[in-house]
Design a protein around this ligand. Structure first.
Ligand SMILES: [Mn+2]
Length: 396
């Protein structure tokens, strides 16, 4: 039996706006489109027999026509790769869905409803899939292979592609709940999943392997690190260790990274300024990506204690690192100061601290620890405001 080369991707969310990056958002949106086109190029380079797209290829059922025709145009360039798409909760099938209205090439199969089987005789493979038909899909789409529309008993490989939420019970999600038991019962050799943007390893349930590759390129600070696709080879002869036949390949054009940094460690002397802090921070960033560190998107969290008389402004630090593509700094440092002493001062600052300390004590006595934590943060941020301008934005 021949070996099949498979590429599995999911959750490209093409066309989604990237709002968190300000004026860079439009550029990032185009980069994510381009890196998806590189996934298609990879199919050609790897001579992939199959590309399995596990849903949410588009961010909505009716994306811009220009985007749809670009995607179709790029897919036409790889006629040797059979492409299978199972629409998800974002690009669900509906009457005016781009999957129904656009003219998709012959080698692209889009599942449009219930669980279905498409057999490719020359590759000796059955590909199973199904589509979301609305934002929610409460009834599980995954079935036993014998129950799929179009299934004919044969000894071919059985691959599935599906958008769904891996949960412990079929009541556990409104996004096509998929359970381990269902995967075990599916009779599939490999199930290509999408929906969860965090990559999973290639795992096994019963005799079925499955994985989430995560999205191919990051769209925000909730999608950190390397992003990409799975590239795998599948053949019954080495089917017992599919984990080793599938490899993750990074396709993301930039990485979103979160870095915790303690400026206090670099402030032993009175004279340490923002530039020195910025250079120390730069060394940390360089570790994250060597020569490509400038290309990444960073969320820097300043932590630890700093002395009362030190003025530290995130904007100031940022100005020394302007060569980085995108950087945002959250100041979560605390000023080391004797609050009780400050509270005794007959100044606005003293009154503020006294009032907050009183509130913290009361919250503690009442056992309201949520309120206590909020007031403690207010105390820290408020006190900083007496020394410098505080830019505070609530974490998304
Ligand atoms: Mn989804």
């Amino acid at each position: 039996m021949q070996t099949l080369k498979i590429i599995h991707c999911a959750d490209a969310h093409l066309g989604s706006d990237i709002r968190s990056l300000g004026h860079l958002g439009a550029r990032r949106k185009m980069e994510i489109r381009q890196s998806f086109f590189r996934v298609l190029e990879l199919c050609e380079e790897e001579k992939a027999d199959l590309l399995l797209i596990a849903g949410d290829l588009f961010d909505q059922p009716t994306p811009d026509q220009e985007l749809v025709s670009q995607v179709i145009g790029q897919m036409k360039k790889i006629p040797h790769t059979r492409i299978f798409i199972s629409p998800g909760n974002h690009d669900y099938i509906c009457l005016d869905s781009c999957y129904m209205t656009a003219d998709w090439p012959e080698h692209v199969t889009i599942f449009q409803g219930a669980y279905e089987c498409v057999t490719i005789e020359e590759l000796q493979v059955n590909v199973f899939g199904a589509a979301f038909q609305g934002v929610n899909q409460e009834i599980p789409l995954l079935k036993k292979k014998e129950e799929a529309i179009g299934y004919v008993k044969n000894d071919y490989l059985n691959l599935g592609v599906l958008h769904g939420d891996l949960v412990s019970s079929t009541l556990g999600s409104t996004y096509n709940p998929v359970t381990i038991k269902q995967i075990e019962d599916s009779g599939l050799d490999y199930l290509a999943l999408g929906h969860i943007h965090l990559r999973s390893e290639v795992k096994k349930a019963g005799n079925t392997y499955y994985s989430y590759p995560g999205n191919h390129d990051g769209r925000g600070f909730d999608e950190l690190g390397e992003k990409g696709v799975y590239v795998g080879e599948i053949n019954r002869a080495f089917f017992y260790d599919l984990e080793r036949q599938f490899h993750f390949k990074e396709m993301g054009s930039r990485r979103y990274l979160e870095v915790k940094f303690e400026p206090g460690k670099f402030m032993a002397e009175e004279t340490v300024g923002e530039e020195e802090i910025a250079r120390a921070l730069q060394k940390e960033l360089e570790k994250s990506g060597f020569d490509r560190w400038r290309e990444n998107l960073y969320k820097i969290i300043l932590t630890g204690d700093i002395r009362e008389n030190v003025v530290l402004s995130p904007e100031g630090i940022k100005s020394w690192l302007s060569e980085v593509f995108f950087l945002k700094i959250k100041d979560r440092t605390r000023i080391t100061v004797d609050y009780e002493q400050v509270a005794k001062q007959h100044t606005l600052k003293g009154m503020f601290v006294a009032k907050l300390l009183k509130g913290i004590k009361e919250a503690e006595q009442k056992g309201d620890f949520e309120k206590k934590a909020v007031l403690e943060e207010a105390l820290s941020i408020g006190l900083k405001a007496f020394y410098t301008e505080v830019g505070y934005d609530v974490d998304e």
